[in-house]
Design a protein around this ligand. Sequence first.
Ligand code: HSE
Length: 428
Amino acid sequence: MSQSLRLGIAGLGTVGAGVVKIVRQKATLLEERAGRPVTISAVSARNRDKDRGVNLSSYAWEDDPVKLATRDDVDVFVELMGGSDGPAKAATEAALKAGKDVVTANKALLAHHGQALAELAEANDCVLRFEAGVAGGIPIIKSLTEGLAGNDVERVMGVMNGTCNYILTRMEDAGLSYEEAFKEADGLGYLEADPNLDVGGIDAGHKLSLLSAIAFGTQVNFDAVELEGIGCVSIEDIRQAADMGYRIKLLGVARMTGRGLEQSMTPCLVPASSPLGQLAGGTNMVVVEGDQVGQVVLRGAGAGEGPTASAVMGDVMDIARGLRMTTFGKPASKLVPAQPANSTPPAPYYLRLELSDKPGAMAKIASVLGDAGVSIHRMRQYDHAADTAPVLIVTHKTTRSSLTEALTGMAETGVVSGQPVALRIEEL
Ligand code: HSE
């Protein structure tokens, strides 16, 4: 019998417990598929006494994840603690320096330290993989690094935070306000300990920055992701976008342009009939466009015990089979610094404004848009009782700077109340 691949697992939350269950319950299947047994030598977590619904008595226990990571009987350090720094980083570095392969679900760690860790892995002839870090159970990292390796990737986009998609879906389906939908998601245990990681777009931004690195061969640059959370999305926008044939999604988009790498994670309108528009609830979807393959759409559970543990095991099984992939699809030394695009390509925009209900108000808005070079594609004014009228405008493609000029001009007309809402429409 070939030598077993021995895991050391740090972090026994939902995902860690799920990995232990798979290794225990599917031992024969894993051995047949990998050609060698996959076993667990040792585990580590903050609380030794907690009941995790899985028998850990046959594994050595380490209080210190760094000790676990460097044990002689560990071949692969499985990091499931989370956090961009602290113990997760210390133990991952220790594992790589000790020549251990690492499998992690930690997108924050890689979004902030991905390049340095990939270099450290390669300097020590180790593998560092993170399939579970992006879009839970969807095998998007393998798809990009392996199945789509013959393509120049033109655009990667997707919905990569299930909590935000759940909140937006509930606002649309049940007519809940943002606050009500947030409370419901919280009650279901969907939100991260720091909810801003979810609703502020940070978690999804981490994931997008990792996909960009693979798709475009660039060093991870999370700081260059344009981030905006979903707190600004109102029920009015959800309803009125739907009325115009769109849905609002927290959408990540990455593309390489002549001006540099564009990465954004912002609320956008997508056509309601498109695959992204049809995505409801806590599910994730990643869309890749390659020059040879065209459009590929992957959809699946973005979180939860089974889906995330499934992704961890995908990486473990690659290592068990002897597949030694680089972290970001090419050697770390070949990844180039990403020159951030400091402007976005022209796009259509959705505008919602409250317009004074008096003669000439609409003419002033049309004139401000015209002066800024922004062309109106569609426009609707809704029935109203008050002395302001809700007006929706969908523009033709325009640049962000022309739009900003138009919004500034609108504020100066004296016929617009409050701040107009402006959301990009992503064409699919
Ligand atoms: N909090 C994330 C989500 C899952 O809601 O999709 C972990 O990244």
